[in-house]
Write a new protein. Structure first.
Ligand code: ZN
Ligand code: ZN
Length: 199
């Protein structure tokens, strides 16, 4: 007997069975050409996976938004970020005509410390900074007054702090845990200034 597609009572002739051991149809749902991937998962499982991914994305976006709101609250209440995560320098020509590097305090970066975390960042290598290389390691992270997350010492070719958004190495619940952890640290900082944590 030819199996028919078991996704959404489709009934079209099936091409394969779902290969996901956790498929809600025991033995794997039979699926047609439009309700699964060849040699892969059925439409039911693909839907569950997509919902999970969407849920993770929504929870991360919510956490990032809360971090930004808290950074804005602190700033608007007159609390500046206390820690310098980045010491800026600029080049200038001295009286001998030699190019020298000098401190540029106005461009320094400040943030609230939110703990040491595994992090991925990219650095510019070679001259004149024409190559990017990815580095990974445990770094002290900060939230700046724009609510962005920056690792200590990160810098771009322009000498400005590089805002990193590279959390791609984290997947699934791990990334939600990471963002929720940063939210908690920021909430502690907000409370320590006698402010109410925005919901
Ligand atoms: Zn399945
Ligand atoms: Zn079908």
């Amino acid at each position: 007997m030819v199996a028919t597609c078991q996704v959404d009572n489709c009934g079209v002739v099936a091409i394969a069975r779902c290969s996901n051991p956790g498929c809600q149809v025991p033995g794997g749902a039979a699926f047609c050409l439009s309700h699964g991937t060849i040699g892969g998962h059925c439409g039911l499982c693909l839907r569950v996976t997509k919902e999970r991914i969407d849920d993770i994305a929504a929870r991360c976006a919510n956490a990032r938004n809360r971090i930004r709101v808290m950074a804005e609250l602190l700033t608007s209440e007159g609390f500046s970020p206390p820690n310098r995560y980045f010491r800026a320098t600029a080049t200038k020509t001295n009286w001998r005509g030699k190019v020298i590097e000098v401190d540029d305090p106005a461009a320094d970066g400040y943030g609230w410390p939110v703990g040491i975390h595994e992090w991925v960042w990219s650095v510019e290598v070679g001259w004149p900074h024409n190559n990017r290389q990815e580095r990974r390691g445990r770094r002290q992270l900060f939230v700046n007054n724009n609510g962005e997350i920056i690792a200590h010492g990160n810098r771009s070719a322009s000498g400005r702090p590089a805002v990193s958004s590279q959390y791609a190495f984290m997947q699934g619940p791990e990334i939600v845990e990471f963002w929720d952890g940063i939210v908690e640290r920021m909430a502690d900082i907000v409370r320590s200034h006698g402010l109410t944590v925005p919901s």
